[in-house]
Design a protein around this ligand. Structure first.
Ligand code: 9MR
Length: 321
């Protein structure tokens, strides 16, 4: 069977989010089909900065060692996020102190994984979903101010000048949100802030967003003269907010899913000059974060390989072109 990374070698890197369990349980698939991996949680601040001046690199080290051994690149995920960052990180901090703290954190983590990590999600999900506000309220904004992203990207570029630095977000096809993302990144670029790309997460479902909506977003972001990565692609079998269950997906559902994947990858190929990497948020349906979101313990099947790690209809559709 042809491998994804081989098939796509003239287009973009193909990535998967992994964790310390899946690098074992899905190792064959990862090694055969992917040339980039992202730590699903292990490079987040809460996983590494476990206490004040206390760092635990065990899990991230294990995944990076797997990447080195198998010749995989790593997308770094993520430095600044409102989520998965411990409270002590902000406690008692004024602007100057917090900038120093994040600077030493980026230095520590960025340097440790310098060899293998080819780009970083420097800021994750800072734009608000609700229509009337631009920035999501967070401790970062509270302490550093409305232009905190300028500071963070400048610091990151100083430490990691040779790495591509990304702003990463979800709901990126929502017309109101994508304009806010566009305006924010444009204003940053106009101020000379070193942001190299936008990550489109692409947590989708068989009910959309559809490929044409994705295309509109790609066009808009591309007009900024930056790179795009698809960073967290998966295609849920449930409409967002639907908590119902199914025993096993039937051929009809899997066909709908395959169609979405097929249409998406057609667009991605069209934009191969701008899209450098397409990452799935998982490897195979035996483990996906969607098994616990938005409903706990509700099985979902959003990926290209099934629970037995065999290729699904979606896989065949994206390699037959
Ligand atoms: O897949 C991740 C899951 O295991 C964590 O519990 C969750 C915590 O917020 O984060 C998930 O990954 C998220 C990613 O880091 C950022 N974009 C949304 C992803 C899915 O929630």
């Amino acid at each position: 069977m042809i491998s994804l990374k081989e098939k796509y070698k003239d287009y973009f890197k193909v990535g998967a989010a992994v964790n310390t369990r899946t690098i074992k349980s899905n190792s064959n698939l990862i090694i055969k089909h992917f040339n980039s991996i992202t730590c699903e949680n292990e490079m987040k601040v809460s996983s590494i900065a476990v206490g004040k001046d206390q760092y635990d690199f065990t899990a991230a080290d294990e995944i990076v060692a797997f990447a080195i051994k198998n010749d995989l690149l790593v997308r770094g995920h993520t430095f600044v996020w409102h989520n998965q960052t411990p409270d002590w990180f902000f406690e008692g901090m004024d602007r100057k102190q917090l900038l120093e703290r994040i600077k030493s954190y980026i230095t520590l983590v960025g340097n440790r994984y310098r060899e293998q990590v080819f780009c970083w999600d420097v800021v994750n999900e800072a734009i608000e979903d609700k229509a009337d506000t631009v920035l999501r309220r967070s401790k970062w904004v509270d302490i550093l101010g409305e232009r905190f992203m300028d500071d963070i990207f400048r610091i990151a570029k100083e430490i990691l000048p040779e790495k591509k630095l990304f702003y990463n977000d979800y709901n990126e096809t929502n017309p109101a949100k994508r304009v806010k993302i566009y305006n924010t990144i444009k204003a940053m670029k106009d101020r000379g802030v070193p942001v190299d790309g936008i990550g489109m997460q692409c947590h989708s479902s068989i009910y959309g967003p559809y490929a044409d909506e994705l295309k509109e977003t790609i066009e808009l972001y591309a007009s900024l003269g930056i790179q795009i990565h698809i960073t967290e692609l998966d295609v849920s079998l449930f409409e967002f907010g639907d908590h119902s269950r199914i025993e096993k997906p039937d051929a009809k559902l899997l066909d709908k899913q395959a169609k979405i994947y097929e249409d998406y990858f057609k667009i991605f190929r069209e934009y191969k000059e701008i899209i450098e990497c397409v990452t799935l948020w998982g490897v195979a349906d035996d483990y996906t974060w969607l098994d616990n979101f938005p409903a706990r313990n509700r099985k979902n099947w959003p990926l290209l390989f099934d629970e037995e790690n065999n290729p699904k209809e979606a896989f065949y559709r994206i390699i037959n072109f």
